[in-house]
Design a protein around this ligand. Structure first.
Ligand code: SAM
Length: 231
């Protein structure tokens, strides 16, 4: 495993009743409100993870993979597009006395799954800084490609902002054979980079109920979807 030399800060995250200790470094995505929402949503539905085989797409620091293991997942394979990020996730697993089954450096868009299917796909998809003109591409592909990883009855669980269009996601889930429920919802202030990301606020104004302005402050809604692949 490559040693990460950048400065690290140990941060503790409480997803009642679990405390996850994460060494943050410049390589890995720092857990954001989307990540907090996903963790809180996961603890609402422990049965989704208990005894299940799970794959996390874009695991970042490993915070959700570690939580899945604490919730009793039988095994979890993690993927990220960056090897350095995967190494941070591995170090964080050690920090929390858990381990992943496989860690893959893979681009989700060209990822052929192992022959064995998983019971759960877990993801906090990038959105605002998705790196493509269509910021929803990762969400769309996550929904579409989950078929390759799941058997009927399998779960896809992910977090999303209102700015990424809940209606579109729900339509895509239905079209791709999922039934869905929202297992966690919260509202929060915009992050500073929303205002500096070119075009982001203007695009979000076109999204039905994309955001609210309360007392002059910009507020997004975050939802955690639990989608079940129909037979
Ligand atoms: C929004 S972050 C989520 C990280 C972590 N789950 C969290 O919530 O803190 C998205 C992660 O996906 C990874 N990623 C981006 N594009 C990817 C791709 N095409 N395939 C796999 N991972 C990707 C990024 O490196 C990043 O770690």
């Amino acid at each position: 495993m490559t040693t990460i030399n950048s400065p690290k800060t140990l941060t503790k995250y409480f997803f009642d009743p679990f405390v996850i200790k994460i060494n943050l470094s410049s390589e890995a995505w720092k857990p954001t409100p989307h990540g907090h929402a996903l963790g809180n949503g996961m603890t609402q539905v422990p049965h989704v993870f208990c005894g299940k085989s799970v794959i996390e797409i874009g695991a970042g620091s490993g915070i959700h993979a570690i939580l899945a293991l604490k919730l009793g997942a039988k095994n979890i394979d993690i993927t990220d597009i960056s090897e350095e990020v995967n190494n941070v996730a591995k170090e964080n697993a050690q920090q929390n006395n858990v381990s992943y089954r496989h860690t893959w450096v893979k681009d989700w868009m060209n990822f052929e799954p192992i022959p064995e299917r998983y019971q759960v796909v877990l993801c906090n998809p990038p959105f605002c800084k998705s790196g493509t003109p269509d910021r929803r591409w990762f969400i769309k592909e996550m929904i579409k490609q989950s078929h390759k990883f799941l058997n009927p009855g399998g779960y896809l669980i992910f977090s999303q902002s209102s700015m990424a269009n809940f209606e579109k996601t729900e339509t895509e889930l239905e079209e791709d054979g999922f039934i869905h429920e929202v297992v966690y919802s919260t509202r929060g202030l915009f992050r500073d980079y929303y205002f500096t990301e070119p075009g982001f606020i203007e695009e979000s104004r076109q999204v039905p109920n994309g955001f609210e302005i309360i007392d002059g402050e910009y507020i997004e809604t975050l939802q955690v979807y639990l989608a079940t692949l129909k037979a």
